[in-house]
Design a protein around this ligand. Structure first.
Ligand code: IVH
Length: 784
């Protein structure tokens, strides 16, 4: 078999891709997985790149143009794009039907009933079956040419399918953003500080109005056709429903919710059914549209001002309403996340009365700038939680002030904190906050933490709900009677009291086992204990590192946060989170309670000797993250001032005398002026002294002459392979790295060493040749 010519394969790929599009968007029956679609598209792209002469404008690869337009050209609609009259009640629908029946003198009327999509009306022009121009509705007479943007929407065919289309065909319909895509888009924007879309309609409109089609291409837009405009050189069926069917055949998505119904009853029944389905639909609709189905009737009815007399929109209750914001309160979730909520004057929206709406997070409040007393726009679409999407500046009363996140948790009073670059604020009262209670206890008891066998989520819920356990320490005062009493009350509450109990027999084995498991968990390790506290960002490996380096809960619980950065792999974020946790009196109390109820940490030991090297004032000054105080500046300060107290007492010019440039000296002085900073520094000084007193000398230093040294091997060695050399160096304590950086201590350069050697020379790093390496290895008993 001969392989197909490129032209034939290109044609075949295009057909397959168009087919997949048609099945996906029009028939709603995806035929191939996304990955396969992408593969075909890539193959087509590659073939076209190799044969540029075979590229055509209607190829699926040509949807996204890359030339941003300066501005959109105007398009005059050959046939105006009309609007629709509205009906808000059954009576208005009855009037509509009566008007038609009276004029046409026909009692039995058939209507095409369709969902009224909440998006943006557009008109698509096809010539000879090819998409040539697309425009927005504009004022109905003139719109904007958004052809390049519309081409990026895969639901819009670039060429028509089948046969029999007119020479010129204008198709009209709605571009919209599916609800799920809208939510995903906003979630991403909220997390990454992007522009949040108020609703899917704004999303669709904003996306189509992008001057750069590459941006539009990234927005999840879709399309439904609901009618036609100009038709030349051909004919369409003479009923609306048949036209929709024909459009579908030519490759346009048409809503599968469209139906032909009869008389007022048919219309109202359709309205009711779609209304019930509304919340579950994948897109927003703001009503339904009734259109007299037969063309002759339509022509006879004609138009009034700018709307047809043969069609009407029957609206649903609005999904957006205005009301007055009375206050903003915050809610603390199970994980400690603090979210702002709007409390509002009651308003009917999306079919229910709403008094609370989410504001998502503090950034969103700032972005919307909503304040107490503002008139706000509330949206409730589908089963999504009502949310505030905007406010009306003209209606702002005098004397409002911007909202600020409260500093204390409304539930437990602990500090509310936010990490740098994060949208979420959190309550730092992990162990005290009742809002976080269940989650905390479940985590504390879990297998990898205190490992209380048998204490699952269900028990924790019940123990907490019935008030037996408020804090983790309460677990350790539970008695057998408590557990049996709890079980009795749960059964009573749920109506699940077993017959045996009613007749006086109570099962107790489970409770005995649980009490025993709780008791067994009392004896634990520092690592499990720390992990069990459920401190934000302190997972198992961090807990393990803390236990290894500091060894003692009593030491750890008193450390100011910068000292935690002494542990390799603990950075500012984790250290601050630990600090916030330990700063909350409630958390400290909980630790005291646990110890008082017999929890014993069995593996307490002095801090690791490896800590000693970092126990320097200079290191702590760096770890405090003071603006402009770099390593060099910190060392200058540390050598000029013998103690933290001396630093605290010094006037600014002494920092300059110590060698700091004036901007760094001023930055440090300004930092110190803040009382909390001065206190923190003073605490760090005390902690440093204490750690120095209890940390043993680092025995490991003498064991490995290269301990703590990073070595890079480059070039080839004559006496051994690089891997062998690396192993020998590691045995002497070195860390062998692959690339040279400022952190490298030593570079061993063999024959034909290249760029790494050059870099080491540039950075002034110590360099050895092979002879020096061998001499060193021999000297340390690790000869070749
Ligand atoms: S027909 C001559 N059908 O509603 C009739 N419009 O107020 C013209 N719309 O601008 C419109 N879904 O954006 C029609 N199934 C549907 C519709 C629909 C949504 C929008 C369209 C139009 C507005 C009319």
């Amino acid at each position: 078999m001969t392989p197909p010519t490129p032209a034939a394969r290109i044609a075949d790929l295009r057909r397959q891709l168009e087919d997949a599009n048609y099945r996906y968007y029009v028939l709603d029956e995806p035929s191939i997985p996304d990955a396969e679609y992408d593969r075909l598209l890539r193959e087509l792209e590659a073939l076209e790149a190799a044969h540029p002469d075979l590229v055509t404008a209607d190829s699926p690869t040509q949807r996204v143009g890359n030339a941003p337009a300066g501005k959109f050209a105007e398009v005059r609609h050959a046939i105006p794009m009309l609007s629709l009259g509205n009906a808000f009640s059954d009576e208005e629908v009855q009037d509509f039907v009566r008007r038609i029946a009276d004029r046409l003198k026909r009692p039995a009327l058939r209507f095409s009933a369709e969902p009224k999509l909440d998006g943006l009306a557009i008109s698509l022009r096809y010539e000879g079956g090819a998409f040539v121009q697309g425009a927005t509705r504009g004022d109905g007479a003139t719109g904007e040419d958004v052809t390049l943007n519309l081409r990026t929407i895969k639901a819009i065919p670039l060429t028509l399918r089948g046969t029999g289309w007119p020479d010129v065909l204008e198709v009209r319909g709605e571009v919209y953003m599916p609800r799920a895509d809208f939510e995903t888009y906003n979630e991403y924007a909220r997390k990454h500080g992007g522009k949040v879309l108020a609703n899917p309609r704004n999303g669709a409109a904003g996306s189509l109005r992008q001057l750069d089609p590459r941006i539009t291409a990234q927005r999840p837009l879709a399309f439904f056709a609901y009618g036609t405009g100009l038709v030349e050189g051909g004919e369409l069926p003479d009923s609306h429903s048949a036209t929709l069917k024909q459009l579908r055949g030519w490759g346009f998505p048409v809503s599968s919710l469209s139906e032909v119904v009869e008389g007022v009853e048919g219309l109202l029944d359709y309205y009711r059914r779609i209304g019930e389905a509304r919340d579950g639909l994948p897109f927003d609709i703001d009503g339904v549209v009734y259109k007299l189905d037969d063309g002759e009737g339509q022509r006879e009815m004609g138009f009034v001002s700018r709307a047809p007399r043969w069609a009407i929109a029957h609206k649903f209750p609005a999904q957006e309403q205005m009301t007055v914001l009375e206050s903003i309160e915050v809610n603390v979730g199970r994980t400690g996340a603090v979210t702002p909520w709007a409390l509002m004057q009651p308003v009917h929206v999306g079919g229910v009365t709403v008094t609370r709406a989410t504001l998502h997070n503090a950034d969103q409040v700032a972005r919307l700038d909503v304040r107490n007393g503002d008139t706000v726009i509330v949206r409730r679409a589908g089963d999504v939680i009502p949310e505030v999407v905007g406010m009306v500046p003209e209606r702002r009363p005098d004397g409002t002030v911007p909202w600020r996140m409260p500093s204390a948790c409304p539930v437990c009073g602990s500090e509310i904190v936010r990490e740098e670059g994060e949208a979420v604020w959190r309550c730092s009262g992990e162990l005290t906050c009742p809002a976080q209670r269940k989650e905390t206890i479940i985590h504390f008891a879990s297998r990898r933490a205190m490992d209380i066998e048998g204490l699952g989520e269900r028990f924790v819920e019940d123990l907490s709900d019935l008030g037996f356990v408020q804090h983790v320490a309460d677990l350790y005062k539970l008695t057998l009677d408590d557990l049996l009493e709890m079980k009795r009350r749960v059964d009573e509450r749920d109506g699940t009291t077993p017959e045996t109990v009613k007749s006086g027999k109570v099962a107790t084995k489970w409770a005995e086992n649980l009490i025993e498991a709780i008791d067994r968990s009392r004896r634990t390790t520092l690592e499990r204990f720390l992990f069990g506290l459920g401190i934000q960002h302190v997972g198992e490996s961090t807990a393990k590192a803390l236990a290894h380096w500091f060894g003692d809960l009593q030491v750890i619980r008193r450390l100011p946060w910068p000292l935690f950065k002494q542990v390799p792999d603990i950075g500012g974020e984790v250290a601050r989170s630990l600090g916030h946790f330990l700063d909350q009196p409630g958390n400290q109390q909980a630790i005291d309670d646990l110890l008082a109820r017999g929890v014993v940490i069995g593996d307490t030991h002095p801090p690791s000797g490896k800590l000693r090297a970092g126990l320097e004032l200079a290191t702590v000054l760096v770890d405090l993250e003071i603006p402009k105080v770099t390593r060099v500046r910190a060392e200058q300060l540390a050598s000029a001032f013998p103690s933290v107290q001396a630093l605290l007492d010094a006037p600014v010019h002494n920092f300059v005398t110590a060698g700091l440039p004036s901007d760094a000296a001023n930055a440090f002085a300004t930092w110190l002026e803040d009382e909390t900073n001065a206190q923190l520094l003073s605490r760090c000084g005390a902690a440093l002294d204490e750690l120095r007193a209890i940390t043993p000398a680092d025995v490991a230093v003498s064991a490995g002459p290269l301990d703590g040294k990073t070595v890079v091997l480059t070039g080839s060695l004559a006496s051994m392979s690089r891997d062998e050399a690396g192993e020998k160096l590691e045995a002497l304590g070195a860390k062998v790295a692959g690339s040279v950086s400022k952190k490298t201590h030593l570079v061993v350069a063999g024959e034909a060493a290249g760029s790494k050697l050059a870099k080491a020379q540039e950075l002034g790093i110590e360099i050895w040749d092979e002879a020096q390496l061998l001499a060193f290895l021999v000297q340390h008993g690790s000869g070749a």
